[in-house]
Write a protein that binds this ligand. Structure first.
Ligand SMILES: C[S@@+](CC[C@H](N)C(=O)[O-])C[C@H]1O[C@@H](n2cnc3c(N)ncnc32)[C@H](O)[C@@H]1O
Ligand code: SF4
Length: 424
């Protein structure tokens, strides 16, 4: 522009050549903030083996009876190959890995040697920076020598799948655990110095107010760092589903489950277990899990192993769920990715609103910095209604779930998502 004057946006003119957006007059030194910061990464490692197939469980797992040691060996070798390949392909070694989560399945079923090989591979091909290292465990599989080994490997969080402390309820799930196993495993896990979480399920077959109160009492007595209560989800690939179809099983109704979870919440509150996400409660609100909170706020997570999920930049993706295919693909030196989805800018924002609400408090200033939108203003009619009906509070740029909001799970997140989508 020869005159130095800028044309008004609606002026019909050929003057003014746009070279940058936004124009360089808005650029500042502080605009470089974040550019040179390393992009953190979470890692998930899936182990599909279990000692039984629990009647309610929908996860892609396979029992040990079907899979002998040689097959597990082959699986661990494939995992190590995948870690090396993926790291090279996506330059993951350049990024700090802030958390590693061994999930399943039952990762405590892997031998000491298998676990060591996996950790070596992760250390060789990724940059582990004092990572949070979590491992899921089934009580009956946590032996003293396994616990010792986990400590030696640097596992600093152990999540025990206990489901119920009531032996009658446990028996009906097909699990081999008992209340006694649960307490032994909790003691072993605590002795490693790790932060210990206990998973419970609120809608198991045979559960009554009495058995549930027993489970909650024992859970509080266990005095672990963190308690998670899952609402039982019914999936078509489970024994529960087949038995319901055959009319040989009844499960607690939604109303009963709501009563169970309400009871749990009241008891947890009394004992200062505070909600940190759906549906995890930690002593004094401390011991938050980095893996889940950063993942829900959009930090990239690479999922290794058969059927594992992950996300990189705007993509979400999943590995094949077919175990032989997973092994063959890696044998051929290829990635076992099988499907994915590229999120638009709006979908990235919606995802953060929905998953971010799962963390109970959503920081709207950080949200606006990341997405450029004032969520409370955009969703004002919905937020006002949710506030009026007691699901959320809006204070100083933080949108928080109330106890009622927590009880109704993803309801608030779904309402926000619908509003954002309607504005498209
Ligand atoms: C993938 S499992 C791994 C834990 C370990 N295999 C065990 O069962 O001890 C993680 C948790 O998912 C939960 N879970 C499994 N099936 C579920 C379902 N159908 N609905 C809700 N939660 C479920 C259980 O609480 C379980 O502890
Ligand atoms: S609940 Fe755990 S042990 Fe049972 S089948 Fe699922 S992953 Fe395996």
């Amino acid at each position: 522009m020869s005159t130095g004057e800028r044309p008004a946006p609606d002026e019909l003119t050929r003057r003014g050549f746009v070279t940058h957006y936004p124009p360089s007059r808005y650029w500042r030194p502080e605009g470089l903030r974040g550019l040179l910061d390393p992009r953190p990464l979470n890692v998930y490692v899936h182990s599909p083996y279990c000692i039984q197939r629990c009647a309610y469980c929908h996860y892609k797992t396979t029992t040990l009876a079907e899979h002998r040691k040689a097959e597990i060996d082959a699986y661990v070798s494939a995992l190590c190959r995948e870690i090396a390949l993926v790291s090279r392909r996506f330059h993951l070694k350049e990024r700090p890995t802030i958390s590693v989560y061994f999930g399943g399945g039952t990762p405590t079923l892997l031998s000491r040697e298998h676990l060591s090989r996996l950790m070596e591979s992760l250390r060789e091909h990724l940059t582990l920076e004092e990572p949070e290292l979590t491992l899921e465990a089934e009580p009956v599989t946590l032996t003293p020598s396994k616990a010792e080994h986990l400590q030696a490997l640097g596992v600093n969080r152990i999540s025990l799948g206990i489901q119920s402390f009531h032996d009658d309820i446990l028996r009906r799930t097909g699990r081999h655990d008992t209340e006694q196993h649960a307490f032994k495993a909790i003691a072993l896990a605590k002795a490693t110095g790790a932060i210990v979480n206990v998973d419970l399920m609120s809608g198991l077959a045979g559960e009554s107010d009495r058995t549930w109160a027993y489970t909650i009492e024992r859970a509080l007595e266990a005095n672990v760092h963190s308690l998670t209560v899952y609402k039982t989800e019914l999936h078509a690939n489970t024994d529960y589903y087949a038995d319901l179809k055959r009319h040989t099983l009844t499960l607690p109704t939604d109303d009963e489950e709501l009563r169970f979870i309400t009871h749990a919440l009241e008891q947890f509150e009394r004992h200062d277990y505070q909600p940190v996400n759906f549906f995890t409660f930690t002593r004094g609100g401390a011991f938050r899990q980095r893996h889940i909170s950063s993942r829900w706020l959009g930090t990239d997570t690479y999922g290794f192993g058969v059927s594992a999920f992950g996300s990189l930049d705007a993509h979400v993706m999943q590995n094949t769920s077919d175990l032989p295919r997973y092994l063959q693909t890696l044998e051929a030196g290829e990635l076992p990715l099988t499907r994915g989805y590229r999120l638009s800018a709006r979908e990235l924002m919606t995802r953060e609103a929905v998953l971010g609400m799962k963390l109970i408090h959503l920081d709207l200033t950080a949200f606006q910095q990341r997405h450029g939108f004032d969520l409370a203003r955009w969703c004002a009619p919905v937020v006002e209604e949710l506030e009026k009906n007691g699901f959320v509070t809006l204070r100083e740029h933080t949108l928080s779930l109330t106890r009622k909001g927590i009880l109704w799970g993803d309801y608030v997140g779904r309402r926000l998502a619908a509003r954002i989508e309607s504005l498209a």
